[in-house]
Write a protein that binds this ligand. Structure first.
Ligand SMILES: *[C@@H]1O[C@H](CO)[C@@H](O)[C@H](O)[C@H]1NC(C)=O
Ligand SMILES: *[C@@H]1O[C@H](CO)[C@@H](O)[C@H](O)[C@H]1NC(C)=O
Ligand SMILES: *[C@@H]1O[C@H](CO)[C@@H](O)[C@H](O)[C@H]1NC(C)=O
Ligand SMILES: *[C@@H]1O[C@H](CO)[C@@H](O)[C@H](O)[C@H]1NC(C)=O
Ligand SMILES: *[C@@H]1O[C@H](CO)[C@@H](O)[C@H](O)[C@H]1NC(C)=O
Ligand SMILES: *[C@@H]1O[C@H](CO)[C@@H](O)[C@H](O)[C@H]1NC(C)=O
Ligand SMILES: *[C@@H]1O[C@H](CO)[C@@H](O)[C@H](O)[C@H]1NC(C)=O
Length: 395
């Protein structure tokens, strides 16, 4: 890892011009005249998505075209892009934040390849699996939601194609539009190489156990898909208008995200989505948020409780993102969840690197696992989950 990092520093020092050109995503207002862009437009049209109708498609397609030609540059820094000797960690909770997506979300989190690779070197991460959970930026606008989901998937797929040993991705789906989400998820899984699908805790106010989504889960169950779930801010529909429903003065990230995770997994459990679709594996973020602590109260002793607990112990995987290993992990393990179902997640770049460091330290110092188990959280457990599902056998 040191060698890798050294190369990175040298590289940064000697090629400022190169970086200007290659490390910072480009943006422009028009559709690029490029074969890849035209292919993406045509494939989207086949699926009823007219990307040319949206101003954000221009910068998004430029970003995709940029990445897809990136490795043809004479200056392609091959050595920089290899994982360091000791980098074996698999990060299942990583976000890609392209500038065009930040612009429409009015979120200025900046993602650059250089920072991503530095973060990976810092944390000994071999592979990051990107997800962008929420394409519902223009609430109630179906066409825009479909277009954003498609562009995000093409965007992440391009990075994963150019750097297959470093990046994978979970597909974004345009729920609550169930039929379109089935089309999108199948396209991403079958044609773009997605490792699973990423869902939000709610999509335009619908939690994941909503009957509206049953056909989607039926299709995903047929494909033995991995479902990565990510919390977002709760929404209420008041008089046909969506209202953000965080009732406190605190950022939703501080508390609501944990409650959202609890709401949606409780909904998956009570609707029996979790137990009926027995070929799905779920990745539950932040060690489950507040979910497990409400189970005893919400699901009285019953066959359902037994079935839910069996699903949680055999088909659910718990990522470490955020500071979860100080006390919270003790609670999770008290529900007889096996440590072999624990995964590593960094939440970068939405979490600053100082907190990622603190989280790694919390894992290292956690009183709940021994050294072997801690190593397995970072790598081997994820290999167990992805076995047979990953196109790149190097993972
Ligand atoms: C990798 O780990 C080994 C054993 O801990 C150590 O001796 C070696 O220096 C490390 N290599 C790098 C490049 O960090
Ligand atoms: C949504 O897209 C479809 C397919 O391109 C189009 O027929 C329809 O008019 C669009 N709807 C709106 C409201 O723009
Ligand atoms: C990587 O680690 C260095 C040294 O601790 C730190 O200064 C830098 O901010 C980190 N960068 C990222 C992107 O994690
Ligand atoms: C660049 O990546 C593409 C896959 O997108 C691959 O087919 C091609 O061989 C790569 N080129 C180089 C020079 O590595
Ligand atoms: C909803 O709309 C109705 C009719 O315009 C109005 O009387 C009512 O106060 C509105 N309710 C809320 C919660 O805004
Ligand atoms: C799960 O199966 C039960 C029993 O067959 C059924 O009542 C329930 O509606 C199903 N729920 C879902 C989400 O498929
Ligand atoms: C760690 O704990 C596991 C499970 O109890 C056990 O099988 C393993 O031998 C332990 N390893 C070490 C190095 O203590």
């Amino acid at each position: 890892m040191q060698g890798h990092f050294f190369f990175l520093l040298v590289h940064i020092a000697v090629s400022a011009a190169f970086e200007q050109q290659y490390f910072f995503p480009l943006s422009a207002a028009r559709i690029p005249d490029d074969k890849i862009a035209h292919t993406i437009l045509a494939r989207a049209l086949d699926d009823g998505i007219d990307l040319s109708a949206f101003a954000f498609s221009g910068p998004a397609l430029h970003e995709i075209v940029f990445w897809s030609h990136w490795n043809e540059s004479a200056e392609f820094p091959r050595a920089l892009l290899e994982p360091g000797q000791n980098a074996t960690t698999i990060d299942v909770h990583a976000h890609y934040a392209p500038e065009w997506y930040g612009d429409i979300r009015q979120d200025n989190t900046v993602w650059t390849l250089r920072n991503q690779l530095t973060h990976m070197a810092n944390q000994s991460i071999a592979e990051s699996i990107f997800s962008i959970p929420n394409p519902n930026i223009f609430l109630g606008d179906k066409n825009a939601t479909l277009a954003i989901a498609r562009l995000l998937n093409e965007n992440m797929a391009t990075l994963a194609r150019v750097l297959p040993r470093r990046f994978g991705f979970f597909a974004t789906t345009p729920l609550p539009y169930t039929d379109a989400s089935i089309v999108e998820a199948k396209y991403a899984l079958d044609s773009l190489g997605a490792l699973g699908v990423a869902l939000s805790s709610n999509h335009e106010g619908h939690y994941l156990g909503d009957a509206l989504f049953t056909p989607f889960f039926t299709e995903m169950d047929n494909k033995h898909a991995i479902i990565f779930v990510h919390p977002i801010e709760p929404l209420l529909k008041v008089n046909e208008t969506f209202v953000k429903a965080n009732p406190t003065v605190y950022s939703p990230v501080l508390a609501e995200f944990y409650f959202e995770t609890a709401r949606t997994f409780l909904d998956l459990a009570l609707s029996q989505t979790l137990t009926n679709f027995s070929s799905l594996d779920f990745i539950i973020p932040h060690l489950g948020g507040s979910f497990l602590s409400i189970i005893d109260r919400s699901i009285p002793p019953s066959q359902l409780l037994d079935d839910v607990m069996a699903a949680l112990r055999r088909r659910c995987w718990w990522d470490s993102a955020g500071l979860t290993y100080g006390h919270q992990l003790g609670g999770l393990l008290a529900y007889d969840i096996s440590p072999t179902f624990l995964l590593y997640g960094s939440d970068y770049p939405y979490i600053p690197s100082s907190l990622v460091d603190a989280s790694s330290k919390a894992i290292e110092e956690s009183p709940f696992l021994n050294m072997t188990q801690k190593r397995e959280v970072k790598s081997r457990n994820a290999l167990g989950l992805f076995a047979g599902r990953k196109r790149d056998e190097n993972l």
